[in-house]
Design a protein around this ligand. Structure first.
Ligand code: HEM
Ligand code: HEM
Length: 184
């Protein structure tokens, strides 16, 4: 009864592109988190440390590259009406989605600004081409931005976790189409 492969009606589901954007951004964010956690196990100055930082930066930067067309698609194409349920559940779901949208824009920008304020540039892998800096080097600004970026990054483990638990609760406990219509 709860198998993901049974498809919801075409009129109530997310479009194929919306589904692609959702799961591609999820994979990139998971990669950014995994890379920064792995960095903690690497030796200072090692190639592994540089690689994990680079993977973190690039996976994170690609999040915003996809977030822009994703939001445009969402604003122009809309989203299906929420699956039937109590008003409070719709409000909570809507608020959660808004916060997640804010996160996928703010977090990469904060990370990039922190990097630039620390005097570092992003380099295109293999090409050695450096992206221009968005802010002048400034140690105080770097510390502030890095702290916000790290605090937000840590807090969002919980927010993303709650969002995922809510999706699984809909699927396995309520038995509705919420997860199926964001699947494929
Ligand atoms: C959605 C994307 C991103 C997520 C979820 C994310 C998350 C995080 C987390 C959880 C930390 C470590 C917090 C800690 O150690 O307590 C971190 C650190 C950091 N992130 Fe990101 N980040 C993202 C994107 C970026 C981008 C695009 C850049 C730069 C281009 C960046 C640059 C940094 C830097 C410089 C640090 C500090 C690393 C250190 O000194 O150890 N992040 N990020
Ligand atoms: C980095 C992690 C994630 C982010 C940033 C994220 C973000 C979002 C956003 C912004 C929406 C609203 C879509 C829209 O209306 O345009 C959404 C919907 C949804 N997400 Fe996620 N998501 C993440 C991970 C997950 C995971 C792990 C699951 C499942 C276990 C999941 C399941 C869903 C479902 C089922 C919906 C549709 C909800 C509905 O129709 O009311 N998401 N997500």
């Amino acid at each position: 009864m709860y198998v993901i492969s049974s498809k919801p009606s075409a009129t109530v589901r997310y479009s194929g592109l919306a589904v692609f954007f959702h799961w591609a951004v999820f994979l990139l964010i998971a990669t950014a988190y995994a890379a920064i956690e792995l960095k903690g196990f690497t030796a200072k100055g090692s190639a592994a440390r540089a690689l994990s930082m680079s993977v973190h930066e690039w996976a994170g930067a690609l999040v915003i590259v996809l977030a822009v067309p994703r939001l445009l698609w969402r604003l122009l194409g809309g989203a299906p009406a929420p699956v039937p349920g109590p008003h409070w559940m719709h409000l909570l779901g809507g608020a959660m989605h808004l916060v997640l949208y804010l996160f996928i824009f703010m977090q990469p920008v904060l990370g990039l600004l922190a990097l630039n304020a620390g005097g570092h540039l992003m380099t295109l892998p293999g090409l050695g081409i450096e992206l221009p800096s968005l802010v002048a080097q400034n140690a105080d600004l770097k510390d502030t931005l890095k702290e916000i970026h790290e605090t937000l990054g840590t807090a969002f483990y919980t927010v993303i976790g709650l969002h995922a638990v809510a999706a699984l609760f809909h699927h396995y406990m309520l038995g509705d189409d919420t997860l199926r219509r964001m699947w494929r």
